[in-house]
Design a protein around this ligand. Sequence first.
Ligand SMILES: Cc1cc2nc3c(=O)[nH]c(=O)nc-3n(C[C@H](O)[C@H](O)[C@H](O)COP(=O)(O)OP(=O)(O)OC[C@H]3O[C@@H](n4cnc5c(N)ncnc54)[C@H](O)[C@@H]3O)c2cc1C
Length: 339
Amino acid sequence: MSVLEYLSLKPYNTFGIDACARYFCRVQTKEDMLHLIADEFQYHHKQLIIGGGSNILLCDDYDGLVIKNEITGIEKIKEDEVFVWLKSYSGTVWHDLVMYAVQHNYGGIENMALIPGTVGAAPMQNIGAYGVELKDVFVELEAIDLQTGEQHIFDKAACDFGYRHSVFKTTHKGQYFIYSVTLRLSKHPQPNVAYGDIRKTLAEWHISSPSIKELADAVMHIRRSKLPDPAVLGNAGSFFKNPEVSDALAADLLAQYPDMPHYPLPDNRVKIPAGWLIEKCGWKGKRVGHTGNHAQQALVIVNYGDASGPEIWQHAQEVQASVQKKFGILLDAEVNIVR
Ligand SMILES: Cc1cc2nc3c(=O)[nH]c(=O)nc-3n(C[C@H](O)[C@H](O)[C@H](O)COP(=O)(O)OP(=O)(O)OC[C@H]3O[C@@H](n4cnc5c(N)ncnc54)[C@H](O)[C@@H]3O)c2cc1C
């Protein structure tokens, strides 16, 4: 395993930001990672782990060690009549795991087809799409302490999953390398068609009782039609989380904006789509220099080619400030800001 110097990170982040890593290496086994911790970390004052680079915004050159995770593989570790337990190593491409499950007719993650990135980043923000979240099928993960090299198991409770949230984004931020993730999938899948877009697509395809393959195909079709492909237009998906506000604030806003989409939550809070708030502030399809908000989905901030990290971050902060001014809601970035 060699450590490279002064490497452009442009191919390693979906925003396509041309930031430079002072040091860069790839890990392909657990031993590589343990070796790095024991022998290399002492020479570097900070480290950044990257998988697919689809949820980061590089705001500067990285004056530390960037570790590209390439530890891949999928294993069936247990099964009974009803369920199968799949352990996947963290550098595996998430969509490859979804396709593996779909091909074997193991149900539970087909609604999350085509989410970019790796398996190891999935627990970081409890990825989710079309009514399903990682936590719905999650069993446990193996993590390596980046200070000591000690290995720990985190079960679902220890991860404290919430909406785009886990302990790895908060209390344990930057503390662990996620090495593997174990999921429990169903051998008798019950496709989840709760989302209107999925039902509409399946109806157009004249499919009334979809297989999980047909459901995954529908999800991929919808995603391709709605979201910009990072290979064509740099982006990191939703830039902000959907805010959860008090029912009092939601009632005030609904009095002013009766058409505001809103979703009551069990704890008397109300979720409001960040994309709608941003669109109402006039950002949808608006280009500012080399960056802007996507024409079909205002929540996605894009790089038209030559945007720098600071330029995109500046734009995101302007969007955030305008939403706060108009609606009194401070949007929280979903993308990890790296400095
Ligand atoms: C077009 C597009 C659509 C998207 N749609 C969705 C969606 O529908 N739902 C959704 O939830 N997300 C979505 N995302 C966001 C993104 O795909 C997910 O957050 C994904 O899990 C990121 O994976 P990654 O490997 O690219 O992570 P990276 O961007 O490489 O890393 C993200 C963070 O996790 C850390 N990290 C990565 N791997 C590890 C590891 N093994 N151990 C410890 N820390 C690690 C990094 O240091 C960083 O802080 C979308 C992104 C794009 C570009």
